[in-house]
Design a protein around this ligand. Structure first.
Ligand code: HAM
Length: 453
């Protein structure tokens, strides 16, 4: 499409350096709007079905919140946070995830006094200074769900089922849920001792970074992406063998619920997740690449975090048990585009308003408003002048009817109604046009007299 030169563009000096977006941050463009809108619409619809209510927290939080919740030794906190001092010398961080903020808000706003559990969802941007690559950005979006105030396994299963169903509704087929249980902090102590002994006995196979991990956060050795560590990790002791009885029962129950709703899951003892607040259930969603049969990047993930409230200073006698999950918007949309999954069609258009000439254009604004007000699904392109290009748009939008207002019609208070399928047109009075169009669409007879074509 040629760019239209405006008088403003002629005035801009030519030699100014073009400003680019920040590395790892990207624009969402109108060409992709259908994917994003379908994403939002379905998130909203499924949240309402399962009774999750909308909630939002600030983009900026005190850095301490994420340090305490996610953990100092995680990649997110040690390497990836956008942290800065504001003018009052306070350390602030652009949120790298939602869970810590939601739990802060739950405690701070006394949501424990509302009916429990508090089930909430949201969608929005998050910031992690990762190395940008396909599916990994420095600003990205998540649809996030949290259930705060319940330790019941059915809630873990519901979250997984909501994520699973959402992905299916978008048209993704081969989805796998990987799942694990990492027990409670108490039951994990014994497991971590065993794990440290195991890796310590193979220390020569570890590089410097991995040796540091072994000291600071041994669980994270299990989700190492290093291929050299693969066999070692596969043969490592498994957390589910060290669960306390209650955690064992809890995990068994989550799996039984998933069996009941026929969610395809795979037990994966390496799934410890990159955030320290998890206890018991951890899970991630993957889609199989139809070309390679493999699955690599997680489309979403989550788990239970029964001890986060206490970690964040909740003073209640019984702090809130909770679970949640987040779905990565960019990764899901990229998967759809890469695999030719088209977003479900938009709403059918009833009527497309076409105008020709100055007087007609002037009258069209009001006329269009009356069509929309009447409940008809209407579209227009006031910016276009040619009748041909407007009719092309009507066709592209699959409109049932086009209403054409020309100079003559505008003067005579008439309008042309055109059946977009047959191309047959008829001149009718413009008065009560919305009701007339509605009647004709309902009856399926758009044109009464076969007048013009
Ligand atoms: P997470 O696994 O860090 O979990 O992120 C969830 C999803 O966000 C990932 O599976 C991925 O799809 C997407 N994602 C993460 N980082 C990036 C990135 N740099 N670029 C693009 N997409 C990304 C959490 O954030 C937890 N707060 C989830 C949760 C909620 N747990 C309990 N409640």
């Amino acid at each position: 499409m040629p760019r239209t030169k405006s008088s403003a563009s002629k005035r801009v000096p030519r030699k100014r350096k073009q400003i680019q977006s920040i590395k790892g941050m990207h624009d969402i463009l109108p060409m992709d709007s259908k994917y994003w809108e379908v994403f939002f619409d379905k998130i909203r619809a499924i949240s309402h079905t399962y009774d999750y209510r909308y909630m939002e927290t600030p983009v900026l939080e005190k850095s301490e919140l994420f340090k305490r919740a996610i953990g100092d030794d995680t990649d997110i906190v040690s390497k990836e946070m956008y942290t800065f001092k504001d003018k009052s010398n306070e350390n602030l961080t652009l949120r790298p995830e939602w869970t810590a903020s939601f739990m802060r808000a739950y405690i701070e706003n006394g949501l424990a006094h509302q009916s429990q559990p508090v089930k909430v969802y949201t969608h929005g941007p998050l910031f992690r200074r990762e190395n940008p690559q396909a599916g990994r950005y420095r600003q990205f979006h998540q649809a996030n769900f949290e259930v705060i105030g319940s330790e019941k396994p059915v809630m873990d299963a519901e979250l997984i089922f909501v994520g699973w169903n959402f992905l299916k509704q978008l048209g993704l087929k081969d989805i796998i849920v990987k799942i694990n249980s990492i027990g409670t902090p108490d039951s994990r102590k014994e497991y971590i001792d065993v794990l440290v002994n195991y890796f310590a006995s193979k220390k020569s196979a570890l590089n410097a970074d991995q040796k540091k991990r072994l000291k600071n956060n041994p669980l994270r050795l299990l989700d190492s992406k290093d291929k050299k560590l693969k066999t070692l990790v596969e043969q490592a002791p498994q957390s589910i063998d060290y669960l306390d009885d209650e955690s064992h029962e809890h995990f068994k129950s989550v799996l039984e619920f998933l069996d009941e709703v026929e969610v395809t899951y795979q037990l994966d003892h390496t799934l410890v997740r990159g955030l320290d607040y998890y206890s018991r259930t951890t899970f991630e969603f993957f889609a199989v690449d139809p070309k390679t049969g493999e699955h690599s990047l997680a489309l979403g993930g989550g788990g239970r975090y029964d001890y986060l409230a206490a970690e964040l200073g909740d003073k209640s006698e019984e702090t809130a048990a909770a679970a949640g999950m987040a779905l990565g918007s960019e990764r899901i949309i990229e998967y759809m585009k890469d695999n030719g999954i088209k977003p479900p069609e938009e709403m059918e258009i009833d009527v497309y308003l076409v105008q020709l000439g100055e007087l007609a254009k002037k009258k069209s604004l009001k006329l269009f408003h009356s069509l929309v007000e009447s409940g008809l699904v209407a579209k227009q392109s006031f910016n276009r002048d040619s009748i041909k290009s407007q009719l092309k748009q009507a066709d592209k939008n699959n409109a049932k009817v086009a209403l054409i207002l020309g100079q003559k019609e505008a003067l005579e208070d008439t309008i042309l109604i055109r059946d977009m399928e047959s191309g047959i047109q008829e001149v009718i009075p413009v008065k009560n046009i919305a009701q007339e169009v509605r009647n004709r669409i309902e009856k399926g007879t758009i044109i009464k007299k076969k007048s013009k074509k």
